[in-house]
Design a protein around this ligand. Sequence first.
Ligand code: TXA
Ligand code: MG
Length: 322
Amino acid sequence: MKTKIVAPTERNLKLAARLIKKGEIVAFPTETIYGLGANAFDSKAVKGIFEAKGRPSDNPVIAHISDYEMLGKVASKISDFEISAMKYFWPGPLTFILPKSKELPLITTGGLDTVAVRMPSSKITIKLIKLSGVPIAAPSANISGRPSPTKAKHVFDDLHGKVRLIIDGKVSKHGVESTVIKVEGKKAIVYRLGAVTVEKLQEFFEDVDYVKNGEIRAPGQKYKHYSPSIPVIFVDSNVEKKINSELKNLKGTAVVLSVVPLKVNCKVKIIGKDTRSATRKLFSELRRLEKSFDFIFIVGLKESGFGRVFNERAKKAASKVV
Ligand code: TXA
Ligand code: MG
């Protein structure tokens, strides 16, 4: 199969929608990262996503919707409080775990009786869902275990020959996945941190219960994640001393990703001027640097706001934490 990267023109979005209606898979941009999508109600098509990515079948995908009518088709028993939370955060990078509808196939939910749903803010994604006329089930458009794609080129590198069409929406705005939550009473239980920070959730919810010690809540969290093809070492204290000491035992070239300049015996790349831009660039830097170095050090950020999100992704990408 030949893979084409196309601009998000009306004509190309209509072509993509036709493919989705026919039961094919299509890669598309969202405001978080790129997704690999299929009709959420088409078991065979959703199976195609798992096969293309090499994704374990017990790891459910997210149902992307364009309006509240579609919400009723994929989920059930939605409370008024959940609707008001959706109205506060949608369209945007917050995913809600809800009881699934009877009609939604189990393959979409990884065999669970709940479904993860989100209404994206990207105009391209919304248009694609509307033209398709069905909720689009989509995980990130990368080979399982690799850093999530934030550019069309990243999707091509991982999935060429496995998907017919990649819609190019340029660089993803957030560069990190949505935050996944379940609402319990007036509380948000965070299953996966992401583009909506804990602090932002606290603006709406009375209480926010987020993962602090690597505890696994979403099925996807138990698998290897976000890893480039070369080893990543995560450092978050005595940074210069630890990096220089590690370097003595490494054979090959190393680079450090940091938000502040450092005095170390290898190249330092300033990844961003603040925690938000560092998070946005993390995945694309991992994919860029794996081509020209043998090792990557990532320096941890302060555990708040996007720093917390950055650290979570960087630690998962790492083969070693020092
Ligand atoms: O921003 C995003 O969320 C992107 C774009 C494409 O929307 N999608 C994405 O999908 O990151 P994926 O499949 O890479 O991550 C979905 C996460 C996984 O950790 C999965 O285990 C969890 O959500 N998840 C999905 N359904 C769930 C459910 N019913 N219960 C608990 N966790 C669920
Ligand atoms: Mg993913």
